[in-house]
Design a protein around this ligand. Structure first.
Ligand SMILES: C[S@@+](CC[C@H](N)C(=O)[O-])C[C@H]1O[C@@H](n2cnc3c(N)ncnc32)[C@H](O)[C@@H]1O
Length: 255
């Protein structure tokens, strides 16, 4: 299919924070899952790699009462993070997964949330993350996996997005192999229940912002048709129907 890379500086930064706002129940579920997979070591410093608009960086700081550093390559996404996700324990810095502005063994935990599929050289990123993680520290990866696709509502309205996800995302085995090669042990996989919106109307309002990178791979016609079908169902929505799914969270321990 030959999909183009998504440029967060060009498009996604504009609608991302609003389009992907974290609902309180999802925030709680993710915090609990991070805690459950973080391991037993004391955590003084967390790296949120690919922190975007800072959706999860303050969540990490609060859950672990730790300093949290959001590392993000897109200047426009960082600007939104600094303006909208400021927190006394959080800093946002420029960098990418394969080039982290952090000292050796300086992080006790790292998170990459919906970032792994954007990383062009995953083996290099796995090695760089191993450099900055302290021995025994955990790396958490929230990602879609090509061989564990969920039944997303999105796939019903925009049918080609399922095939796009199957192409864009790595499989479970590919992901485990990359980290095994770079000196990590696979330490867990959990499904986290994520509520995207409390109703189809709210969800559709968010989709109008086109703030999902998979939409970048659709034609304007495909996007418009999917949205029109959604709007028709919203018009018929009497009782609010929450939009929810399970999401995979993987844990690796730096050996
Ligand atoms: C889907 S967003 C996720 C942002 C944030 N983690 C969240 O969940 O809200 C993907 C982010 O990864 C960033 N990104 C892209 N390539 C990256 C790389 N090589 N290293 C680190 N981050 C990257 C993008 O700029 C974008 O902000």
């Amino acid at each position: 299919m030959g999909l183009q890379r998504v440029d967060y500086d060009r498009t996604q930064h504009a609608g991302y924070a609003k389009g992907r706002r974290l609902l309180p129940s999802s925030r709680r579920n993710w915090s609990r899952a991070f805690r459950g997979l973080a391991g037993d070591r004391p955590i003084a410093r967390v790296a949120d790699v690919g922190s975007g608009t800072g959706r999860f960086t303050p969540v990490l700081a609060e859950e672990f009462a730790a300093e949290a550093v959001g590392v993000e390559p897109s200047a426009r996404m960082r600007e939104v993070a600094c303006a909208e996700s400021a927190h006394p324990l959080v800093t946002y810095v420029a960098g990418s997964a394969a080039d982290l502005p952090l000292d050796d063994a300086s992080a006790d935990l790292a998170l990459m949330f919906l970032v792994w599929h954007h990383v062009p050289d995953r083996p290099a990123a796995a090695r760089e993350l191993a450099r900055v993680l302290a021995p025994g520290a955990r790396l958490l990866i929230a990602t879609t996996l090509a061989d564990r696709l969920k039944d997303l509502l999105l796939y019903r309205y925009f049918p080609r997005t399922r095939a796009i996800d199957a192409e864009v995302f790595p499989t479970f085995a590919e992901t485990v192999d990359v980290f095994a090669e770079a000196g990590y042990a696979h330490s867990g996989l959990v499904e986290v229940h994520h509520r995207s919106a409390d109703s189809l109307a709210e969800y559709t309002g968010r989709q109008r912002l086109r703030a999902l990178s998979v939409y970048e791979h659709l034609t304007d016609d495909e996007y418009r048709d999917g949205l029109a079908a959604m709007e028709a169902d919203v018009a018929a929505e009497t009782d609010p129907r929450p939009v929810e799914s399970e999401c995979d969270l993987l844990a690796f321990t730096r050996l």
